[in-house]
Design a protein around this ligand. Sequence first.
Ligand SMILES: C[S@@+](CC[C@H](N)C(=O)[O-])C[C@H]1O[C@@H](n2cnc3c(N)ncnc32)[C@H](O)[C@@H]1O
Length: 281
Amino acid sequence: MNKLFEGEFQFNLASRPNWETGARHRETLMKYLTGLVGDRQGRLCVLGAGNCNDLDLKRLLQVYSEVHLVDLDESALEYGVQSQEVADDPRVFRYVRDLTGAGEELAGFEAASTLPETDLSEIIQRFSQPAALDLPGPFDVVCSTCVLSQLILQAVNAVGDTHPQFEQLMVAIRSQHFQTIVDLIKEGGAGLVVSDFVSSESATDLKDVPDFQFTQYLSQLLSSRNFFHGVHPGVLFSQLKGNAPLAGLVQNVEMLPPWRWDLGSRQYAVAAIRFHRLPRS
Ligand SMILES: C[S@@+](CC[C@H](N)C(=O)[O-])C[C@H]1O[C@@H](n2cnc3c(N)ncnc32)[C@H](O)[C@@H]1O
């Protein structure tokens, strides 16, 4: 058993009862997802759908013609569609996939025994290539929901964040994920990248800061470098802007206002970037 994936399965199992506490997060995400449909009903693909606690699947089926859910945790997807009573709906599709295609190789590393001289070039090279996901894309809308922080955390757990090539590995994982998202979107379609970037574990006031001070509070956290590896919202935004390799494929890139995700025992701050893939010229 891949121990990195096992960690994801355990997290998903533990977070199943959080439908109620996650209501505000779900409503915010649903507002953005239903707002992206456009004139015609389209096909939606969600990466990192897991337990689907952040998705109201019946509501999505009112506005999208098909909903495609992707995650490496088969049992979480099963739980999601069963608990929301859409398991038999022919417009809901499930795919058990490792979004990186390199999770098995990464799990071959052990943080405790990865020495600074261990060469990570090969695994970095693996993440520098797109994963063969075999999904029926392109889709009208693609949403990545709080999966990127997990992908990077898997790298921390595998090689340790003090390894001299860790930064390079993290950059490769992040670039690959954005490339995957953009590749899955139809020309003229839309993308929504949602990422948790700090939690109440290191930001103990996160739950109590009043809404009107939330953005300022987050700016202070970011300035003091209190955020998860590799998912500073500004860096995520820069993946699609300026000289970034993907910038030429997208337009209308917007940073949405951050919000809180309550997972019961822990709260997270969440950033989201909305954009469109350029239409065919
Ligand atoms: C924070 S959870 C998302 C929660 C979920 N959207 C919900 O609210 O119920 C991150 C998800 O990413 C999935 N995940 C982590 N690594 C993955 C990978 N390499 N490929 C596909 N899914 C992955 C996990 O199984 C988990 O379901």
